[in-house]
Unconditional design. Sequence first.
Length: 123
Amino acid sequence: MARPTVMTPDVVSKLEHAFSMGCTDLEACMYAGISKAAFYKFQEDNAAFKDQKEVLKSNPFMLARTVLVEALRDGDVNTAHKMIDRKEGSKVALDHVSSDGSMTPTIVQLIPYTQDDDAYSEH
């Protein structure tokens, strides 16, 4: 007589729930109360489940993107800056002032050199 499977509909449902929260395989197995070996055997025998697992694992990222897009649509400037900085790197000049404000950077202004400037230089 064959041994009963641990992969009951309740266990599969728990696995799907865990994966929809972005859990790893190990975390999902712990949540569902099964061994990794049982999980991998089930996954090996059920290709459709393996594909569904990958889709479910992307769910938290899709939710996060939805929140970001909604914030952008609402005109959230801070979110816009953060997204641009992440995508393109920080291209904004930093303010180099000491924490107590006592030291500020020296500003050097460059002016174009002309031949008339030689008349004032010491030779």
